[in-house]
Design a protein around this ligand. Structure first.
Ligand SMILES: [Zn+2]
Length: 252
């Protein structure tokens, strides 16, 4: 059994970009963990940060529960995620808690500053998690660096509008209903994404993106990933091998 950690900035990011893949891996019997670096406490104009965080932690836990994943929140405040010492130690503690073989995280280039900060924090925390003298908390030091993968950015483009090309895709058609149910757990976000992001239908937006990525791979519904392969991170295709016939390659 392989342990997979999905770690992203806010509750509902993983549900939009990687939940189909997580549901597939759950169905194959692997151990799943989900971490949000923030509780998404800025994601409301109706409730204060403490109330919003409480609501959104519960929504994220309910979504993770649908695929049997353990959920934790790193509780760094929303819009306050930076590549600094406290945040790196906190994220490293989360990696050590999960002790994953595979990590799925945010794209290095994305629309939101927390997403970009999470990407670099997770990249570096994957390295730091196996460094014994790097002290973080109660979780055990890891024995090695996990395989690291980046999810797609929101909308599949960087801040200059350049398309971000995934290394490979995952055909998530068989798990799309689960992905929809996981996103639906984030009820508090329906009004927020309408107001702040001008997205009138959260579900329809997620479906449109998953279908768009599917077209790139010649299948109805897909999620894209890139593997981080720099020294000394593992370069073997561990996630790709777990996907079996659901692994799809580019048709751009
Ligand atoms: Zn986000």
């Amino acid at each position: 059994m392989t342990t997979i950690l999905a770690i992203h900035a806010h509750p509902d990011d993983i549900e939009t970009l990687g939940a189909g893949t997580m549901a597939l891996l759950a169905a194959k019997g692997h151990a799943l963990k989900v971490v949000t670096v923030t509780a998404g406490d800025c994601g409301s104009s109706e409730t204060d940060p403490v109330q919003t965080a409480r609501i959104r932690r519960a929504e994220a836990a309910a979504a993770a529960d649908l695929i049997g994943a353990d959920y934790r929140c790193a509780d760094i405040p929303d819009l306050s995620v930076f590549n600094d010492d406290p945040c790196r130690r906190r994220v490293t503690e989360m990696i050590r808690w999960a002790a994953p073989d595979i990590v799925l995280t945010a794209s290095p280039a994305d629309y939101h500053p927390d997403h970009e900060a999470v990407s670099v924090l997770v990249r570096d925390a994957c390295f730091a998690a196996s460094v014994p003298n790097y002290r973080t908390g109660d979780a055990a030091v890891m024995t090695g660096i996990p395989h690291l993968y980046f999810m797609d950015p929101i909308g599949g483009r960087d801040r200059e509008g350049v398309r971000v090309v995934p290394d490979f895709g995952v055909d998530v058609a068989d798990y799309f209903a689960t992905k929809q149910a996981m996103l639906a757990a984030h009820k508090s976000q329906d009004s927020w994404v309408s107001k702040q992001h001008d997205i009138s239908d959260h579900q329809a937006s997620m479906e449109a993106w998953t279908r768009r990525r599917g077209r790139d791979f010649g299948v109805p519904l897909a999620e894209g990933f890139r593997q981080y392969r720099h020294h000394p991170y593992p370069r073997t295709p561990l996630l790709q091998e777990l996907l079996g016939e659901s692994l799809v390659t580019l048709n751009l």
